[in-house]
Design a protein around this ligand. Structure first.
Ligand SMILES: [Fe+2]
Length: 392
């Protein structure tokens, strides 16, 4: 295995459309980032983050010192919560406009990075709300430079051109993708992820694995995406149990972060489909449910539905845990359970009475139809209903 020969303290340059500094200690590259021609004249910055992770991770210590030493003025917007609403994103945009921000630094997981990416774009259009962007009614063509300092190994948002936001009044959680939304630079420093608590570690890893599965199995998946996804799954299958044994295992964090990066680039080159299409209504209705947990409750049923049309690639991805005569649904259910992911949709507070609303949101949330259309299997409303019902 080449992983043992790889020096995990080397910081590599990995290029997707974003320029990503990846490796332990990569936070030190903030200096190189600001030497870039697009950033060297920037004087005013919005730092987008949440209340705690940016400090607990150790990222802020580094970034604050850098900003102060270089006399860069910053506005600290630390109000982001998981599954951020358009109201919250619009607040970040309004404050950034007032401050005169010329660049965005997002320090956090997917919710923070997506808030930063949407702010970077929509600050250029003060008369348009972010709701219009997420309802596919507005199409931007510019963004401020965004620097994503990623603190989880799940979202992949630091690598790609997607962002998610919630329109609370309608229970919509759409995803949008625009060329302008690639971060200019990203920093993936696994050391900054080593304070992720146990459950969050579980949920973000499941998000990354779901990206890998969906990107590799979407209709007409491209071979680059399949290659990235197979490696991402391989790393998750091997390092997920290790990180749960020891949350401080830096090598395991490194390879889970790398898996998440691969999966993020994979779906940037491909598409997400059934799992994400059905999960978004779950965390839209109950924003406190972590996205990765919602995905985990659906995954066995989702895999059972897509398996007939994606057998070869799924067999390759799950070969290390495959058991003869065991269906993919049972295989994954047992594997999730062995990693402490035993929750069902019922455990998350849903009942049979919620299924109609969930199904309706799959068909009314802007953009979800594109995800359904990317499924390798044609998806009917009955199938959607059955997946939700069987996941209770
Ligand atoms: Fe996701």
């Amino acid at each position: 295995m080449w992983e043992k020969e790889n020096n995990i303290r080397n910081i590599h340059e990995i290029r997707s459309r974003a320029m990503i500094y990846f490796g332990i200690g990569a936070i030190s590259k903030i200096e190189d980032v600001f030497a870039d021609k697009h950033l060297k004249d920037v004087k005013r910055i919005t730092v987008v983050t949440d209340k705690t992770a940016y400090k607990v991770s150790g990222a802020w210590e580094y970034v604050e010192e850098f900003l102060q030493a270089n006399k860069l003025d910053y506005l600290l917007f630390d109000e982001v919560k998981s599954n951020p609403s358009t109201d919250l994103i619009d607040k970040c945009i309004a404050k950034s406009l007032e401050f005169g921000s010329e660049a965005i630094i997002a320090i956090g997981g997917g919710s923070v990075i997506d808030t930063g990416k949407i702010t970077g774009v929509m600050i250029n259009y003060p008369d348009v709300s972010s709701e219009k962007l997420l309802e596919y009614e507005f199409f931007p063509d510019k963004s401020l430079p965004v620097i994503a300092i990623n603190l989880t190994h799940g979202t992949g948002s630091e690598t790609n051109h997607f962002a998610v936001g919630s329109i609370e009044a309608k229970n919509y959680k759409p995803a949008v993708g625009f060329e302008e939304m690639y971060p200019l630079f990203s920093i993936d420093d696994p050391k900054l992820m080593s304070t992720l608590p146990l459950n969050q570690t579980r949920f973000v890893t499941l998000d990354a694995l779901s990206h890998a599965i969906e990107a590799a199995t979407c209709k007409n998946a491209n071979p680059f995406a399949k290659t990235l996804s197979v490696k991402a799954a391989d790393l998750v299958l091997r390092y997920f149990p290790l990180i749960l044994e020891d949350l401080g295992d830096l090598e395991a964090r490194y390879y889970l972060a790398f898996a998440s990066l691969l999966a993020g680039i994979s779906f940037d080159n491909s598409a997400l489909h059934l799992g994400h299409a059905l999960e978004h209504p779950i965390s839209a209705i109950k924003p406190n449910i972590p996205h990765g947990l919602g995905l985990a409750t659906l995954l066995p049923e989702v895999l059972e539905v897509i398996y007939p049309q994606a057998k070869e690639i799924l067999d390759e991805m799950f070969r290390p845990i495959k058991k003869e005569g065991v269906s993919i649904k049972v295989l994954i259910k047992d594997w999730l359970s062995s990693l402490g992911l035993k929750e069902t949709l019922s455990d998350l507070g849903f009942t049979k009475n919620d299924v109609d609303s969930l199904v309706a949101l799959v068909y009314t949330t802007p953009g979800i139809k594109y995800m359904l259309a990317s499924s390798p299997v044609e998806i009917s409303e009955d199938m959607v209903r059955r997946i939700y019902t069987n996941s209770l």
